[in-house]
Design a protein around this ligand. Structure first.
Ligand SMILES: C[S@@+](CC[C@H](N)C(=O)[O-])C[C@H]1O[C@@H](n2cnc3c(N)ncnc32)[C@H](O)[C@@H]1O
Length: 240
């Protein structure tokens, strides 16, 4: 088994609308008519592009307390630093295509920055798990990517050294996301950062908590691959 890749803090970058479709195994028709929460959103292109298409999507992220210029600078720094780590780990089976990885992050950031100032406080809401500033069952669909599971400690299947995001944090966050969800939640990734990929060590506890909260769960295949972390499947939880 190779030495796990690790970074010291949560990276503030996001993904494009098309990447969201592939990550979550959904399409635009699936989103239409639904009240959607992107949690956390990061500086992604998904919220901006959804607004342009007339979809009802809100993104939340702790970094949305930043002014546009500061958010842009922080995202640029985080992409550059992650890319440097990627290039430094070029022999890792995880980093097959660092350039493709960076290209889509910059594309998403460019789309985000065209929309962030106009949408701040409405479709971009500052919020930090495990507490969300939304009413019970406010959303029909919640999409949760690349924060939960990813940023657990390296020793617990994640990629963060000294992570504060332990199992208890994950379960409280999942419970909070469930509180604001009237219909369905989708979570990625479901696998840990080790090679070869294995089910994330928190996944089974997360599924059990979702069942206790009254959700049915299934794992649906995902074809997403950004040159770093190819997804295997999506955890789909639906209110029963
Ligand atoms: C790599 S980004 C993922 C963004 C996007 N969903 C995607 O898949 O590209 C991780 C995000 O988690 C956010 N984050 C950090 N701490 C958080 C917390 N306690 N609650 C919610 N989001 C958090 C960061 O600000 C960052 O934007």
């Amino acid at each position: 088994m190779s030495i796990p890749f690790s970074i010291p803090c949560v990276a503030f970058f996001g993904r494009t609308f098309d990447e969201y479709m592939r990550m979550f195994a959904i399409d635009e028709a699936f989103l239409r008519g639904k009240r959607v929460l992107d949690c956390p959103s990061g500086p992604d292109g998904f919220v901006a592009e959804s607004a342009a298409r007339g979809l009802d999507v809100i993104g939340c992220d702790p970094m949305f307390n930043l002014e546009p210029e500061a958010a842009h600078a922080r995202a640029k720094k985080d992409i550059e630093e992650t890319l440097a780590v990627a290039i430094g780990n070029a022999d890792s089976p995880r980093f097959r295509d660092p350039d493709a990885f960076a290209r889509t992050k910059y594309e998403a950031l460019a789309r985000f920055i065209t929309d962030y100032a106009a949408g701040r406080g409405t479709r971009y809401v500052a919020a930090s798990l495990p507490t969300l500033p939304f009413a019970d069952r406010r959303f029909d669909l919640v999409l949760a990517s690349h924060f939960l599971f990813c940023y657990a400690d390296v020793r617990e299947g994640g990629m963060m050294t000294g992570s504060p995001f332990d199992l208890d944090f994950h379960l409280r966050s999942i419970e909070e996301i469930a509180r604001v969800c009237a219909g369905e939640m989708r979570f990625v990734p479901t696998h840990g950062m080790q090679q070869p990929p294995q089910r994330h060590p928190f996944l089974q506890s997360a599924i059990e908590r979702l069942h206790a909260l009254g959700f049915n769960t299934r794992l649906q295949p995902s074809t997403y691959d950004d040159g770093f972390l190819p997804l295997v499947d999506v955890l789909v939880a639906t209110r029963s």
